[in-house]
Write a protein that binds this ligand. Structure first.
Ligand SMILES: NC(=O)c1ccc[n+]([C@@H]2O[C@H](COP(=O)([O-])OP(=O)(O)OC[C@H]3O[C@@H](n4cnc5c(N)ncnc54)[C@H](OP(=O)(O)O)[C@@H]3O)[C@@H](O)[C@H]2O)c1
Length: 231
């Protein structure tokens, strides 16, 4: 199960997990054309439309899963940039609902479906360690997600289920381009040890490692995959 699989990092994760042999169900909110293109591209992959701000979306997303699950990737998120001076209560509720409440409810549901040795991987951001103006709700919601991850790793560990965070740095997606002008991206590249912006496949590779058998002894961690933007 991968949320936000229609575009960006989520789509790369769907492609990578499918290539590694997983039967993937992914969620999306509105980009039906992109979701359908991916289901045409990959045999056996199932797409589910649901807005994660709606608490009923947990039932919708998990409906095709049946009675067994191996991997949950909470990837979908929103980041509507807004200075603190202009934030509203409605902004708070929406960002927290999509970025923190849904992943928590999805972990709760997954815990009833995951086979022993299962994997939960939550996608956060380097911004919880590297704050920037205009992202108070985004950073706070991801900080909550990181704490849910840490606590869940203790609660689910007895069954061999690992729960980890992957925190990407700047990664070339619609979200990055919508929230950063080109000059900021140039500056970001110059601050990144590996000298480029990340590609979605870079993050998918880290997720695939944590989802695979070689990462069975890693849990409760926050793996910052930033190409050396944050050291
Ligand atoms: N890109 C970066 O530089 C970067 C850096 C750090 C962390 N991240 C994290 O990486 C993850 C993926 O980011 P991205 O850059 O790939 O984002 P993106 O290009 O904006 O894609 C977001 C995905 O999430 C889905 N989605 C958004 N809101 C939703 C909602 N309310 N209900 C259901 N689905 C929803 C979108 O569906 P639709 O296609 O239908 O809209 C889309 O599939 C996020 O958790 C983000 O915080 C990204």
């Amino acid at each position: 199960m991968v949320t936000g699989g229609s575009r960006g990092i989520g789509r790369a994760i769907v492609r990578r997990l499918a290539a590694d042999g997983a039967r993937v169900v992914f969620g999306y909110r509105q980009d039906r054309a992109a979701a359908e293109a991916l289901t045409r591209e990959l045999d056996g992959v199932v797409a589910v439309q649901a807005d994660l701000a709606d608490p009923g979306s947990v039932d919708a997303l998990f409906a095709p899963v049946g009675d067994g699950l191996d991997i949950l990737v909470n990837n979908a998120a929103v980041n509507p940039p807004c200075p603190i001076s202009e934030l509203t209560a409605a902004d708070f509720d929406r960002v927290m609902a999509v970025n923190a409440r849904f992943p928590l409810l999805a972990m709760q549901r997954a815990a009833t479906l995951l086979r022993d040795g299962g994997r939960i991987i939550n996608i956060s951001t380097l911004n919880t360690a590297m704050p920037a103006p205009g992202i108070a709700l985004y950073a706070a919601s991801k900080a909550a997600l990181e704490q849910f991850t840490a606590v869940a790793s203790r609660e689910f560990g007895g069954r061999g289920i690992t729960v980890n965070t992957v925190s990407p740095g700047a990664t070339d997606t619609d979200l990055l381009r919508a929230t950063n002008p080109p000059e900021v991206l140039e500056q970001t590249t110059s601050f990144t040890a590996l000298g480029r912006i990340g590609e979605p496949a870079d993050i998918a590779a880290v997720v695939a490692f944590l989802a695979g058998p070689d990462a069975g002894w890693i849990t409760g961690q926050n793996l910052r995959a930033t190409g050396g933007l944050l050291i």
